[in-house]
Design a binder for this molecule. Structure first.
Ligand SMILES: Nc1ncnc2c1ncn2[C@@H]1O[C@H](COP(=O)(O)OP(=O)(O)OP(=O)(O)O)[C@@H](O)[C@H]1O
Ligand SMILES: [Mg+2]
Length: 329
């Protein structure tokens, strides 16, 4: 029986520091999510060995005794945090499920990812970056409303109703807030008013694009100026609708762009791509998540069901994709 090591970061392990925003541990997993994933892996005929976070992995790296690692660790801090576990495993030659350090670093950093998308003709909202110590706002070719987010965060960190700004004063304030509280540059994008979608992909050679999922907020699919915030994720105002009730043409367009984005950043085994579609039906990639949330309340179990797989089976399929890549199947 193959042994699968599990690397993860627990919300309960995070110690809040002075000046931390309330969403500082948002990306980390609940112990129950880790247990559910461990259970799913075991149900697929593997033995699970819980390793823990990157520091624990570092301490135990020479005595892991696993065939492959299933990594859902978000890492400790900085824009390379998601790369910490993969790079350690690469160093000692231990196979792991999911994308490698380069892909994780280049995508957690949304500016880097957008540069790759632009080079590959993948539509993404127009943007500029505001960096300390000289936070100059160059508004040439930009129109309000704009959207301000931290350059390298996930789980909607730094996003509340104030993220969408309509004038210079609000923009200036928001940029300063992101730089000060999140200690990183602010990414300013044109705000895409319309609808929102997310697409999960599993596998390699070729990857399988799963049915497009639409985001519903407060019972509405036509979101217009509404968007996803940290507070909404915590509430029950948000629903995933699968498959998205949209015409075939848009469904295919979104699926094709999702696959291009997955290939552009060289995602492996699984990933999820987030979109907004404007009122004219033009899709824009907001970001790609090579380490998407696998909690049972998230989109992966939902899309799995849509293609006739249980949650456990989709987790098994992701591991098998990785084992196949390493010729271990
Ligand atoms: N340019 C934009 N126009 C309109 N809405 C946006 C834009 N960028 C982000 N949003 C809204 O903010 C949400 C979070 O943005 P994004 O996906 O870039 O950040 P994230 O924190 O990495 O997300 P996740 O919660 O998926 O990890 C989006 O789902 C969307 O609702
Ligand atoms: Mg997102």
């Amino acid at each position: 029986m193959k042994i699968v090591g599990l690397t993860y970061d627990l919300k309960t392990d995070y110690v809040f520091k002075d000046g931390d925003p309330p969403d500082a541990n948002a990306e980390f997993d609940n112990p129950s999510t880790v247990e559910v994933i461990a259970g799913a892996i075991e149900s697929q005929g593997f033995k699970v060995k819980r390793i823990g976070n990157a520091s624990r992995l570092f301490e135990t790296i020479n005595e892991l005794g696993v065939d492959i690692v299933f990594n859902i660790s978000e890492g400790s801090s900085g824009r390379n945090r998601e790369s910490q576990v993969p790079v350690l495993l690469e160093m000692v030659g231990v196979p792991f499920v999911g994308s490698d350090a380069l892909t994780l670093g280049a995508t957690l950093d949304k500016v880097m990812a957008k540069k790759i998308f632009i080079a590959e003709n993948i539509p993404t909202p127009k943007f500029f970056e505001v960096k300390p110590p000289d936070p100059q706002l160059n508004m040439d070719h930009f129109k309000f409303p704009l959207f301000v987010k931290p350059r390298f965060e996930g789980s909607s960190k730094g996003l509340d109703d104030g993220a969408r700004v309509e004038n210079m004063e609000a923009l200036q304030k928001r940029v300063e807030y992101i730089i000060k509280i999140y200690k990183q540059p602010a990414l300013v994008e044109e705000f895409i008013s319309g609808e929102e979608f997310t697409v999960a992909i599993v596998g390699n050679d070729p990857p399988q694009v799963l049915p497009v999922v639409q985001i519903e907020i407060d019972g509405r699919l036509k979101l217009g100026d509404m968007f996803y915030t940290f507070a909404r994720i915590q509430s029950d105002k948000l629903k995933y609708v699968c498959p998205a009730p949209i015409d075939k043409k848009l469904f295919k367009k979104i699926s094709d762009i999702a696959l291009n984005a997955y290939n552009a950043v060289e995602c492996r085994d699984f990933g999820r791509i987030d979109f907004r579609v404007d009122a004219k039906g033009n899709p824009y990639v907001l970001e790609i998540n090579p380490l998407p949330c696998l909690s049972t309340e998230d989109v992966f179990p939902l899309v799995a069901r849509e293609i006739g797989l249980t949650y456990e089976q989709i987790v098994g399929r992701i591991i098998n994709c990785a084992l196949l890549r390493y010729n271990l199947l």
